[in-house]
Ligand binder design. Structure first.
Ligand code: UTP
Length: 446
């Protein structure tokens, strides 16, 4: 793109200010700025500007809805789902999809969140636990579960470096596919693109919902199809307890021929900040925490249980066919008011002390209403969900390490080994993926 082309494009879209420091830029900075301008998607920017009209207003109420029915399979039904999932795993028809492009701002860790040391004894990173589960699955079922890892421009190189430094955690490199999500500019309340340096547009990742377009653009969907993948297990980087490609869950989705299934778990309390799966106007939808009134959150059933008892920890299975159908469909945008470093008229970068602009994101759960068949499955959160979101308190490294060790301690107990209370503990998922595998090792600890 030439300067003249960029100028015309920007001015036509009311963004001529992006070039206002042009004369002061050197050749490299000019080329980099033109390259950035070329990536701008003005149709999406126009949609973002449309959203700014409602910015600052409280989230719209979610309206009338009912909580979605939740399946709690047990006994033979559960065993049948597991058998179905195991059959798919043995046939190599299951893929793992990890979204790891986020910025982890609440944790405040300098690096990709997946590199955060979570091993209670070893300090091994979150990525280690995810990858070693995939290795455990390959050993168990004799076929690889290909691993699709979404990064963002900010953490792509660092993420690949962690995999390299650890020799891909024992996985075959051919079974790991990195792809980068899209980036979007942020806007001022007046709808203007924000420059964070004189020759640089501030850009941020387009949200975990950006995964659909990124899967398509990168060729990952085609790669899945080439491998004969039918079911795609979706998870987030911050949950070291996640039961990746859980056979019963994958089998549950496949047995029903569903487009998508969501795991849901009992909320800690009425106000826990989780989205809830609902049925609204005859369609499934996710209602975000911010859209719920106190009355809706606190409402109880006649037996005293919470009306909205279950929340979504973002553990899903998609059919590949559904992901392919959704990849080209425009998704809704969500905006967040943030503090964004911005250049002043003198070209100096100024860090604001209060929110001054809007970032935009797509959310994966916005595909839910498009699913023809969708199911939710209850699971025990003590065994599968303890995310690392915050530096301290709830959902922090300390709680995740505590919950990991409690889970492993339970496995040892089931294997007939009782460990002293408080003894630090760590299990390599490639050694044992669950209590049964641990027991089969015939451990003796005295
Ligand atoms: P969160 O919403 O918890 O965000 O992401 P985050 O970026 O990890 O942390 P905060 O909010 O800045 O503290 C949930 C999952 O979605 C991924 C994250 O990497 C995490 O696995 N994600 C989020 C993306 O892959 N891309 C995004 O643009 C946003």
């Amino acid at each position: 793109m030439t300067y003249e082309e960029a100028k015309t494009l920007l001015e036509t879209n009311g963004q001529g200010h992006v070039l206002r420091f042009w004369d002061a830029l050197d050749a490299a900075a000019r080329a980099a700025l033109l390259a950035q301008i070329e990536t701008l998607d003005f149709a999406s920017i126009a949609r973002m500007q449309g959203l700014l009209k409602d910015a600052g207003k409280p989230a719209a109420a979610a309206g009338a809805f009912e909580p979605a029915p939740v399946a709690v399979p047990e006994g033979e039904t559960q065993a049948a789902y597991r058998a179905k999932g195991e059959e798919l795993l043995r046939a190599g028809k299951v893929a793992a999809l990890l979204v790891a492009g986020g910025q982890g701002s609440r944790l405040g860790y300098d690096g990709p969140k997946g590199a955060y040391p979570i091993g209670p004894i070893s300090d091994r990173p979150l990525f280690w636990f995810h990858a070693r589960k995939l290795l455990g699955l390959k050993r168990t079922y004799g076929a690889p579960v290909p691993f699709y890892v979404m990064t963002s421009e900010t953490n792509d190189a660092a993420t690949r470096a962690v995999f390299e430094a650890n020799d891909y955690f024992g996985l075959d490199r051919a079974d790991v596919f990195f792809f980068v999500q899209g980036m979007w500019p942020a806007l001022t309340p007046e709808g203007k693109i924000i420059l964070d340096k004189p020759g640089h547009i501030f850009m941020s990742p387009d949200g975990h919902g950006g995964v659909l377009a990124a899967l398509e653009r990168s060729g990952a969907l085609a790669d899945m199809a080439r491998r004969g993948v039918e079911q795609v297990f979706f998870f987030q980087v911050d949950n070291p307890l996640v039961d990746i490609a859980d056979a019963a869950f994958v089998g549950f989705n496949a047995a029903h021929g569903a487009d998508m299934s969501l795991k849901v778990c009992k909320k800690r309390d009425a106000h826990e900040g989780m989205g809830v799966v609902v049925v609204r106007d005859g369609r499934y939808a996710m209602v975000e925490y911010s859209e719920l009134s106190d009355e809706q959150m606190e409402r109880t059933n006649p037996d005293g249980s919470l009306w909205l008892a279950y929340g979504s920890p973002a553990i899903h299975v998609f059919s590949l066919a559904f992901l392919r159908a959704e990849a080209d469909r425009p998704m809704p945008l969500h905006l967040a008011h943030k503090k964004i470093a911005m250049v002043d008229d003198a070209g100096q970068t100024v860090k604001p002390d209060k929110p001054n602009g809007y970032k935009f994101e797509k959310f994966i759960f916005d595909v839910i209403p498009n699913a023809k068949t969708l199911l939710t499955l209850a699971f025990d959160r003590t065994q599968e969900f303890s995310p690392v979101k915050n530096a301290e308190g709830n959902d922090s490294p300390a709680t995740a390490k505590r919950d990991l060790q409690a889970k492993w301690r339970g496995w040892f107990a089931q294997a007939g080994v009782s460990l002293p209370e408080g003894m630090p503990l760590e299990v390599d998922p490639a050694f044992a993926l669950d209590a049964a595998q641990l027991k089969a090792k015939g451990l003796l600890i005295g």
